[in-house]
Ligand binder design. Structure first.
Ligand code: CIR
Length: 255
């Protein structure tokens, strides 16, 4: 069975970190409704959803993906690059403890889960404003005993690796070729985003279905033309906080 750990939108979301998008008014109630709809979508795809209570003082805490990397064998607690986000980690650790052995990225290294793309036994890690080379090394030393190969990827112009590239099937990735080098993903079939939709590379695969923002119809068409099954969700309010679909859950198999 698949478990999705999520967290209720914080009423403080309006004070979120922003790096590559301009601040706009955010309606936390609307964000909460969109997030609930996203959770129902996961439930509809067969996931059990474990929703953690809101963190009134942690604006970005709905973006649980950044606080941990969950592998089949172990969960790795991150040390987020933004200091404001580090207090999100202990409650995620408590939620993961029943399901996985825990390891942690240690200071001074930094790593955001949004920079970590696990494709089979290969782990791609974005070198971003949030994740540094020590974070990559920390992830490597924890995961390599389980047979994972960790490959750093340089980024330009975006927040996280998964802003630039995500997996959409066992052998294909969806990529913004200006933000991450497509050659780093030469082993995969590469679907490029429509150039008019720069934020369109973040997709979440659940049960052979691509959960995808409704805001990117042109790239959506490219995915459907590949024969992929896609369901759309409206995450426009969360997008104003620089979030998308992968960042709103920690998704993993449980027995
Ligand atoms: C941040 O800047 O940390 C948040 N406002 C957005 C984080 C989105 N996380 C993700 O895509 N993994």
């Amino acid at each position: 069975m698949r478990l999705a750990i999520t967290r209720e939108v914080s009423p403080a979301l309006t004070r979120c970190e922003l790096t590559h998008v301009a601040r706009q008014p955010i309606d936390p109630e609307r964000a909460r409704e969109q997030h609930h709809h996203f959770e129902r979508c996961l439930t509809g795809l067969g996931c059990a959803v474990l929703r953690l209570p809101p963190e009134p003082d942690l604006p970005d805490s709905v973006f649980v993906e950044d606080a941990a990397v969950v592998l089949d064998e172990i969960a790795i607690l991150t040390r987020p690059g933004a200091a404001s986000r580090r207090p999100e980690v202990p409650s995620i650790a408590a939620a993961l403890r029943p399901y996985r052995k825990l390891a942690a990225i240690e200071a001074p290294a930094t790593l955001d889960g949004g920079d970590v793309l696990v494709l089979g036994k290969t782990i791609f890690v974005g070198l971003s404003s949030r994740t540094d080379a020590r974070g990559v090394d920390g992830l490597r030393s924890i995961s390599s005993p389980f047979g994972y190969e960790v490959r750093p990827v340089s980024l330009s112009g975006c927040l996280h690796l998964k802003s630039a590239v995500t997996g959409v099937s066992d052998d294909a990735v969806l990529i913004h070729p200006g933000w991450a080098d497509p050659d780093a993903f030469a082993a995969y079939d590469r679907v490029e985003i429509d150039p008019s939709e720069p934020f369109a590379a973040n997709a979440l695969v659940v049960a052979e279905t691509v959960v995808y923002p409704a805001a990117f119809p042109r790239t959506l068409r490219r995915l459907e033309e590949r024969g992929l099954r896609v369901v759309t969700v409206d995450v426009s309010e969360l997008a104003k906080a620089e979030g998308a679909v992968t960042c709103c859950s920690l998704l993993f198999n449980i027995r």
